[in-house]
Design a protein around this ligand. Structure first.
Ligand code: ADP
Length: 434
């Protein structure tokens, strides 16, 4: 502004000293010079932007000095925060490199953005060669590809290592940001070995105990039945011994069943089982166990319905639910067996008017040896393993157990299986298959 006033003042003096045209020419010359100086600094600024280095920043004059110094400070602040970000990134990479677990960053197209050395080792990746490549090209097992496409990453998956024989990896995907994913891989070979040892130990101990127990039980039974062999005064003790050996035998049988289920996770030998026959068998077993103490009913099952699965396992799982209903329902109670469809699922439910279960116990009922009331379970011949077996069997058939219960009112235990296991047959087809 001062420069403008000085220019006008100088031109007025020239006008007074000479004439108006000279003053106008002088004014135009000054304005042109002024414009030329702005164009010069603008050009300098554009030049600097092509290679924006702090120490090459022009100094400028007049208003341009302020402009250049403002840009200089802004650029310095930006460089500092960039240095901070890259040092934080370096620290993160260092920390991630030291992790015992493998970490792979995937972008929205499941392409590798970065991975740590553990992931390189465990998954056979190379950060130099594989960055930008889709993870599905490099981690090939079918289970992993399915997991990647499933979009449900709530549970990790286990994979046999394709690099180290006998090793097992646990892989979990964690979505974050805009469609990005974090892949975490962990070597669980040691844990798997321990778990196998534990399972083998239980299976072996149960197996070893079975024979001596059968012999002891047999002798007790023979002695009890043999006239005069057991004095009347000790007969009561023999009865107790017989009861306890029976309990131990049931416990061992259940432990062996559980070990067998755990040791063979593959899909069981499947057949098509007539549901009407199976459910009527369960009804009669329930009636015989109840010995007339309960009112047990079965809702009629549509004829020609078959369920695909391992016959013995399905019988054992559903039978367990019926026997529990009988054992945990006081005399005079009602038990209802029912088969029905719900969405894409088929349910076999056992409803009883028994003692029920308080809510806080429900989630834990399928744990081994978890009992709400130990003494009641023992009194009724329970082992505490029944629901654990049911859960295993249903899982092997892609199903699950659903429990609704209210203490003092009763319970509904439902075995839920996918409807794809249900087969409808005409009487002719059923006859041919029977
Ligand atoms: P148990 O051999 O003790 O019956 P289970 O695994 O079959 O073992 O059942 C676990 C526990 O769940 C039982 O001890 C009992 O407390 C409870 N439970 C199972 N079924 C019922 C039922 N129908 N009504 C009430 N409680 C039940």
């Amino acid at each position: 502004m001062w420069l403008g006033l000085a220019t006008v003042f100088a031109c007025l003096i020239i006008w007074a000293a000479t004439d108006a045209i000279t003053a106008l020419l002088a004014f135009c010359a000054i304005v042109l010079l002024y414009l030329a100086s702005h164009l010069y600094w603008l050009h300098k600024l554009l030049q600097w932007f092509k290679k924006p280095e702090l120490n090459a920043m022009p100094v400028g004059s007049g208003i341009w000095e302020d402009v250049f110094s403002a840009i200089y400070y802004e650029k310095r602040r930006h460089s500092r925060s960039q240095a901070q970000i890259s040092s934080a990134l370096d620290r993160f990479r260092h920390a991630a490199s030291a992790l015992p677990d493998g970490v792979v960053l995937l972008n929205g197209n499941d392409q590798i953005e970065w991975c740590n050395p553990t992931a390189e080792r465990q998954l056979g990746l190379s950060i130099r060669q594989d960055t930008g490549h889709p993870i599905s090209y490099l981690v090939r097992p079918a289970d992993f590809i399915q997991y990647l496409q499933r979009q449900d990453y709530s549970e990790p998956i286990k994979l046999k290592s394709w690099r180290v024989s006998g090793a097992t990896l646990e892989i979990q995907l964690v979505p974050f940001g805009a469609n990005q994913k974090l892949l975490i891989s962990r070597d669980i070979s040691q844990m798997e070995k321990l778990e196998t040892m534990r399972r083998d130990f239980i299976a072996n101990v149960s197996h070893e105990l079975r024979t001596p127990l059968t012999v002891v039980g047999g002798f007790i039974e023979t002695l009890t039945d043999m006239e005069g062999a057991v004095p009347e005064s000790t007969r009561g003790y023999f009865g107790m011994m017989q009861e306890q050996t029976g309990r131990m035998r049931r416990l061992i049988e259940d432990l062996l069943t559980l070990s067998q289920l755990e040791n063979s996770p593959e899909a069981p030998q499947e057949t098509e089982n007539d549901l009407s026959t199976l459910l009527n068998m369960l009804l009669h077993e329930g009636i015989s166990l109840s010995q007339g103490e309960h009112d047990i009913t079965l809702e009629p099952v549509e004829p020609g319905l078959f369920i695909k699965g391992a016959a013995e396992e399905l019988h054992s799982a559903l039978g367990n639910l019926v026997s529990n209903a009988v054992r945990y329902t006081p005399e005079g109670g009602k038990i209802n067996l029912k088969l029905f469809l719900r969405g894409t699922e088929v349910l076999f439910s056992v409803r009883d008017t028994g003692i029920g279960i308080e809510q806080q116990h429900i989630d834990r009922l399928t744990e081994r040896f978890y009992r709400v009331d130990r003494s009641r379970s023992r009194e009724t011949g329970g082992t505490g393993l029944g629901l654990s077996i049911v859960k295993h069997i249903l899982t092997r058939h892609q199903g699950y157990l659903e429990i609704e219960s209210e203490a003092g009112k009763g319970s509904i235990f439902s075995a839920v299986l996918p409807q794809s296991r249900l087969v409808r047959k005409t009487p002719q087809q059923a006859g041919i298959n029977a």
